[in-house]
Design a protein around this ligand. Structure first.
Ligand code: FPP
Length: 250
């Protein structure tokens, strides 16, 4: 049975996903790893549609990390081609459905064709970062590293301190959050990781301080909408205390 937004007792506003396991999925079938990425891209489309159906407001996916450049050139170039295809072909279809795309990561090192698409994407970003009229804001972490993001934020803030716009004692969580790639986006409530590994892998390090983590051994190409809904269901039962005490459960 399909649940709609009203049927979840507590729905995450922001869901982040580490889409892991494409390579293993392919290897288990005797296929090249690149085939797993192709299946993974299709799975991503399905999950974006599910987010639209359910009413998730922010979705952040980890599509390519800075560390992923260490992979064989054939695998890297397949991911680049898939990303370009996804950006060119799927963006417009999803935009018509009310999806707003954002990029998290470094432009440096990306192929010019992808850089152009991302620069264009950034030029459409609303200056006041008010996404009220969007059904879904989708952040694509591509050429992303959580530590690099923090380094960039420190550089931005240092510049402001040096030119006198900010006093060192004025540096607080809000200023740091507003200096990250995710400025204007609430921290993720739920982080889903497929593929079974129990680590964060340099993803949203600052933003995930109080994020609920949900891991499945299911590999990303096999991650169905049904399983996604199970993660949402489990999340709705979590007791989030943010370091405090929940008097009703003590
Ligand atoms: C991790 O699986 C997955 C990736 C590094 C790439 C994810 C890419 C996609 C889902 C393609 C779509 C991309 C865009 C931008 C639309 P892995 O290869 O590390 O799997 P393994 O742990 O089994 O080796």
């Amino acid at each position: 049975m399909t649940k709609d937004k009203s049927q979840y007792t507590k729905l995450p506003v922001h869901v982040a996903i580490i889409m892991d396991g494409n390579g293993r999925w392919a290897e288990r079938r005797g296929l090249p790893r690149t085939e797993g990425h192709r299946k993974g891209a299709n799975r991503l489309k399905e999950i974006v549609n599910t987010c639209l159906d359910i009413g998730i407001k922010y979705l952040t996916v980890y599509a390519f990390s800075k560390e992923n450049w260490k992979r064989p050139i054939t695998e890297v170039s397949t991911i680049m081609k898939l990303a370009e295809y996804f950006f060119k072909r799927e963006f417009d279809k999803f935009k018509k459905k009310g999806v707003f795309f954002r990029h998290l990561g470094d432009l440096e090192g990306l192929p010019p064709s992808i850089r152009r698409i991302i620069v264009d994407m950034k030029s459409n970003d609303t200056p006041d970062r008010n996404y009220e009229d969007k059904r879904l804001v989708m952040n694509i972490a591509f050429n992303y590293s959580g530590r690099s993001e923090i380094i960039e934020a420190v550089k931005k803030i240092s510049g402001k301190v040096l030119n006198g716009d900010v006093k060192p004692e004025e540096i607080n969580e809000e200023l740091i959050s507003e200096s990250m790639y995710t400025a204007g986006i609430p921290d993720p409530d739920l982080l889903i990781r497929t593929g079974g590994e129990l680590r964060i892998s340099n993803f949203l390090l600052w933003q995930s301080a109080y994020t609920e983590i949900w891991v499945t051994r299911t590999l990303w190409p096999d991650f169905t909408s049904k399983l996604f809904k199970k993660a949402l269901e489990d999340y709705s039962k979590r007791d989030r205390r943010f370091g405090g005490l929940n008097i009703y459960h003590s």
